[in-house]
Structures are given as C-alpha cells and as structure tokens.
Design a binder for this molecule. Structure first.
Ligand code: PMP
Length: 430
C-alpha cells in the first residue's frame, strides 16, 4: 500500500497505467512556471523548450490568460452547449475567419484526439464510407478511431479499427524509398503513389495529414506536396483534413497554419486544432465547411467542449498571440535557434539531421556511421539537457530518436542562445 509518505514516482507507478511513460530516470514534478521557465518540487529552475508537448504556446502563467481564466471562473465555469455561450461564439468567429475555410463552422472539443475523431466522423458520414487515407509515420490521437489512422507503430497499440485505412507516402522527406529524389521528383513519386492507391481503393472519405509530423519527429514533405495531393483528391471527391494540433497558430513561423506551406490549391476541407490555443486549458476543435459540418443527421454534443472557462483562456491567448506577432517571433527566433543548433551539431557523428521550421525543430540521432535510430542517445541527451537546466522532448518513428525542440512562442533571443548552448554541451557529451 502506498501512502502520502511514499515518493510520488512510486505512487504514480502503483496507480497509473504502465504505458503512461514518464521522461527521465528521476522523473520531474513540475510545480510552477513563469514565462519560458518552470520549477520542480526541489526548487530547480528549467528553461522549457517543450511547453508540455507544444501546449504552453505563449508563456507559462501569462497574466492576460490567468486573469481571463480567474475572471471567468468567478462568474461561471460551465453551462454546457444547451445554452448560449458568448466566449464560445466569439472564439468560433475568430477561428472561422483565421482558418481560411469558406463558410466555416467550428465545433469545440476538449482534446486533439477528440477533434480528429470528430473530423473522421464528419468526413465518413459526409462521404458514406469508412475508408480513410493517412500518412505513414503519422500520429493523430489515442482513441480507438485515431490510433487506427496512426501510422507510427510506437503509438498504435491495436490493429483493430472502426476504419479501413490506407497509408500514403510523403510525410518523411529523408527516409523511405523516395528519399534520394529531388524535391520535385519526390512530390511526383508521392502523387503517383496516391493515384495508384486510389485506382485500387473504394472512394475514400478523406486524407488526414499533419503538415509537419509532430510525434513522428518533426518530419515534413517538401512544400507543396499536399497542394499536389489536393488536385488528385479533388478529382476523386476525397476530402482533405489538415491536423494542425501541433502546427497551428504560427508555430512554424513562415505560416499561421501548416497547410499554408501547401496552399496553392486553397485551404483544406477540414482543419483540426488543440494543444496551444488554450495555453494549457483543454481546448480542441474542428473547422469545416458548413456543408460538411452540417452533414450529421443526428444530434451530437461534447459536454465540456467549448466551456466558458476554456474559451475565455483561448480568446485571451489568441489575442496575445496576434497582438504580439508571435508568428513573426517564431520565424525570427526560430530561424536563429535552428542555425545555432546546426552549428552545435556540426561534427557530432550521432546527428543525422537537424530539421524543422519556426519553433518546431528536430535533431535526429543515429548510431554513428549508420542510418539506425539511436533511442539511447536521445535519452542521454534529454538527461544531459535536464542536468544543464533545459527541458526538451523526443519523438520519431518506431524508435524514438529525434530530439524535439518546441519552446513557447514568446522565446527571446537570449533564451534561444542559452538553450542552444546547453544542447551543444549535451550533444558533445554523447
Ligand atoms: N494530433 C496531433 C498532430 C498530435 O500531436 C496530438 C497529440 N500529441 C494529437 C492529435 C492528440 O491530441 P491530444 O493528446 O490532445 O488528444
């Protein structure tokens, strides 16, 4: 039996699922944060380059968001979607406009998983088929429907599925059968593969894709791939769902949404979001053209989705993000950070690639001289960075060997330099 005198890690292990993995040999209990820093229960301060998995998007304890949450909590926390909800309507209006999707409707959920689940429900109901295209190495959530379109074995605990899914090439530029091709030929090969697949498939409901694969290790296709896919999909009447759970709100610097790197043929039919918009409050959602959103012929509801308190947080957070041009900051400071990290990684034989855009940067580690993923090296760098006072994440393929760097979008140049210096040391200690 555990009691309150037992170390928290032991109590965690005794009562929570084994598959709920913790980072670090000695896991950290984070007790508070401010700006880009967090503190643990022993009073150690860390520079936070992971933001609780890209979710603390602006800053920890951002006064504008904290105040909005406190003010709303003092009025009413929950009322349900059965009643008019001003903050929900306001946030929906703003997201509908920002999405670029014409005649957009927004449905709020409490997580990215539920957002993608809703998108799959809409697309399959609208198209009258349960066949869905997804990308290899993708991650879209933990529910029964979303693990079944997750092309990353490490996060796919069952092969049972409510959907018939087919996996498409293209999410990973520098590995796989087309890796050696030029960007243009890579896109052509992926399009030809998609055409071929559609020639054999029933007419699928949708293609779902992350513009930059998050859990998969911040991998992406050449810009324009999804625009090229779109032309093929349109010919077959297949919808395009852009999973912007990690890439939305300007994190990639060059664009507000990840799909805009592939925007030649307009916005996706459906867009899903979560993580950063609530700055830690549970906000997710799906945006779709009215024709698609309204195609359900029965009632549907998310009891907590769009609750006034989470919507107040989302509104305050979004206003801060736009007023302070954090997309521009992600581009500028992210550009500097990736240059610093490229320099830091130069000459480290375990580094296969430094990639990414904006404040979404991956460093892929391999066993030196090979193409084999090296998860132990990734864990070692994570530990060393922690010792240096820096929190980062990891991800990538079946073997998690890519370091993931995704600080809050208010990151300063000085903090970028500081974090890069810690990572340089950690990489050279390998
Ligand atoms: N889609 C993507 C691209 C994600 O990265 C994640 C979470 N890592 C999800 C969906 C699922 O979001 P959540 O954990 O909020 O359910």
């Amino acid at each position: 039996m555990t009691d309150s005198a037992t170390p928290l890690h032991d109590r965690h292990r005794a009562v929570l699922p084994d598959w709920l993995a913790l980072y670090y040999r000695r896991p950290i209990e984070i007790t508070h944060g401010e700006g880009r820093h967090v503190w643990d229960a022993d009073g150690n301060r860390y520079l936070d380059f992971f933001g609780g998995i890209l979710t603390t998007m602006t800053a920890h304890a951002l006064p504008e968001v904290t105040k909005a949450v406190a003010d709303q909590a003092a009025r009413i926390v929950h009322s349900s979607t059965l009643y008019l909800n001003r903050p929900m309507v306001e946030l929906a209006e703003r997201i509908a406009t920002l999405s670029g999707i014409p005649d957009a409707r927004v449905f709020f959920t409490t997580s990215g998983t539920e957002a993608n689940d809703a998108a799959l429900l809409l697309a399959t109901a609208h198209r009258g088929t349960n066949q869905v295209l997804a990308m290899r190495n993708s991650y879209h959530g933990r529910s029964f429907s979303t693990v079944s379109i997750t092309g990353n074995r490490g996060w796919s605990p069952t092969s049972l599925s409510p959907l018939q899914r087919l996996y498409v090439h293209g999410g990973v530029r520098t590995r796989g059968p087309y890796a050696q091709l030029t960007d243009e030929r890579f896109v052509d090969a992926c399009v030809a593969d998609l055409e071929d697949l559609l020639g054999h498939a029933r007419a699928p409901a949708a293609l779902i894709a992350e513009p930059v694969q998050g859990v998969g290790g911040f991998t992406s296709p050449p810009d324009g791939l999804y625009a090229a896919f779109r032309e093929v999909l349109d010919r077959h009447g297949v919808l395009w769902i852009s999973d912007e759970v990690q890439t939305g709100w300007g994190r990639t610097g060059d664009h507000f949404w990840g799909w805009q790197a592939h925007g030649r043929n307009g916005p996706p039919d459906l867009l899903t979001f979560a993580k950063g918009i609530g700055n830690g409050m549970s906000v997710g959602g799906v945006v779709a053209r009215a024709e698609v959103m309204n195609s359900l012929d029965a009632n549907s509801i998310s009891t907590f989705g769009g609750s006034p308190i989470t919507m107040a947080a989302g509104l305050a957070n979004l206003s801060y993000l736009l007023d302070h041009d954090l997309q521009g900051n992600a581009r500028r400071v992210g550009g500097l950070l990736i240059e610093r990290l490229r320099a830091a990684a130069a000459g480290v034989p375990a580094v296969r690639e430094v990639r990414g855009r904006g404040l979404m940067i991956g460093i892929e580690l391999v066993r030196p001289g090979t193409e084999h993923a090296d998860p132990e090296a990734a864990s070692a760098v994570l530990e060393a960075a922690r010792e240096g006072g820096l929190l980062i994440g990891k991800g990538g393929g079946h073997n998690t060997s890519t370091l993931r760097i995704a600080p809050p979008l208010t990151l300063t140049v000085a903090e970028a330099e500081e974090g890069a210096a810690v990572l340089e040391q950690a990489l050279h200690a390998l």
